[in-house]
Design a protein around this ligand. Structure first.
Ligand code: FE2
Length: 444
């Protein structure tokens, strides 16, 4: 996203953080909702605690929730585990955690705000990871289903999910979470659109679900934590993971995610609701804080947007150069995924034996099919395909990298090879690509 503003003109329209919400995300909340336990005396206090938060959302009508949660090794597995993963997708489906998918609609995303937040956090030296095409588990949907009223089965607001990897150590410190929250505030408040944004953190309170200490709770600590997160978050930010685990259980240490929400608010907050109930394994808490601070001056936001734009300033004017941004990635995700799957033998065999069938199965658009069918290397780049997908397709169809470079430049292979010190052909083809030997025949 570019901010080509007139130097004299300061953009005063900006997104505003209207409040911070924190809630537990234990699966019991979603279970109680799905099995309609609203009037069961055991479960009723959960709904009573959530009711004022639900009313707050109804009255405040946020346009976007920045929704902080942790996945429970459902969509984010140990094959690639990240500390802070921001969702940039158009929508988020419900994950199957082993018992089928809950009957909830996908949550609509806000890709433009997500991209802005991502760019801002990275500019502020938080090396984020970014995700799309991932369903979200109970860490996200368990509280969502009880917090927001849905008319005609539609969610009333959009979301920007932020997944925090708290299950495989080392994990971010409490202090880092608090600082990320402060950076999140700069990110949201510099977004040049009049959006009402609520920051929602989920997780906790005290619980432990593994080992001989399973079932650990500490009601007294939970009460102290609820007070400290409101009035003294800096003290919580000094605590170690082990200190959180000793006081609130190992899995209860996920409450460090609440510090992201708290960091995104000013020191001047008003607590408008808080509740606590311990039915089984986890202290279920809700908290609503409203920020009472005055808006930051527009010049501060403008300066931050210029800071965000620094790294890529000028890159857009380099000829024949197309930075692979989130906007590009999102637009061309389907065709990039189709070509990425060329790393799987079954997919590439399907493609080689029945190209049209493979296009249809992947639901490529007519334009995407045409670009791949014609091996339009330059057109694919212009469309938003990563070069590293092109070389995979090249390996499958027997086209060398040098053929692709030449085609992108609009030159013949011979013309392009004359510009190289050595006239060689190569690709990323492995032992499956028997066509490599054809290259010399196709040189012309
Ligand atoms: Fe959790």
């Amino acid at each position: 996203m570019a901010y080509h503003t007139n130097k004299e003109e300061i953009v005063t329209t900006m997104a505003r953080i209207i409040g911070g919400i924190a809630v537990s995300h234990t699966p019991t909340i979603g279970f109680a909702y799905d099995t309609q336990k609203q009037h069961d005396p055991v479960w009723e206090p959960i709904f009573k605690g959530f009711e004022p938060v639900r009313e707050w959302f109804k009255a405040q009508k946020p346009d976007v929730l920045v929704y902080i949660f942790n996945d429970h090794v459902t969509s984010f597995f140990f094959d690639h585990y990240s500390a802070f993963s921001l969702g940039i997708d158009k929508e988020y489906a419900v994950a199957d955690e082993g018992g089928g998918v809950r009957d909830l609609p996908p949550a609509p995303g806000h890709p433009a705000l997500a991209q802005h937040i991502g760019a801002s956090l990275v500019a502020d030296e938080f090396d984020m990871s970014f995700f799309q095409d991932k369903p979200l588990d109970h860490g996200f949907f368990s509280p969502m289903s009880v917090l927001l009223e849905r008319a005609n089965d539609q969610w009333p607001t959009t979301v920007v999910p932020l997944q925090v990897g708290v299950l495989q150590f080392p994990i971010p410190t409490a202090a880092r979470c608090y600082k990320l929250g402060q950076a999140l505030r700069r990110a949201v408040e510099s977004y040049p659109d009049d959006l009402r944004v609520a920051i929602v953190s989920t997780g906790g309170l005290s619980h432990q679900v593994h080992g001989e200490r399973a079932g650990f709770n500490n009601v007294e600590w939970d009460q102290q934590f609820l007070d400290a997160i409101t009035h003294d978050p800096a003290r919580l930010a000094q605590m170690t993971h082990a200190e959180f685990a000793a006081l609130g259980g190992m899995e209860g240490a996920e409450v460090i995610m609440w510090l992201i929400m708290r960091g995104a608010l000013s020191g001047n907050v008003k607590k408008v609701h808080s509740s606590y109930y311990l039915p089984s394994m986890t202290g279920i808490a809700t908290l609503v804080l409203e920020d009472q601070s005055v808006p930051t001056p527009g010049q501060v936001q403008e300066r931050h947007r210029q800071h965000m734009a620094t790294q890529l300033a000028g890159a857009q004017s380099l000829t024949g150069t197309y930075p692979f941004t989130h906007a590009v990635s999102l637009k061309a995700y389907r065709v990039n995924k189709f070509l990425h799957r060329m790393t799987q033998p079954a997919h590439r065999q399907h493609f080689l034996s029945d190209e049209e069938g493979a296009f249809a199965a992947a639901q490529l658009t007519v334009e995407e099919q045409d670009l791949v069918r014609r091996r339009d290397w330059r057109g694919l780049i212009h469309y938003g395909v990563s070069f590293f997908m092109l070389e995979k397709l090249g390996a499958v169809v027997g086209t060398s990298n040098l053929h692709i470079y030449a085609a992108m430049r609009g030159e013949s292979l011979e013309e392009f090879l004359k510009t190289r010190n050595a006239s060689v052909l190569y690709s990323v083809a492995g032992k499956d690509s028997a066509k490599a030997a054809d290259w010399d025949k196709t040189r012309k």
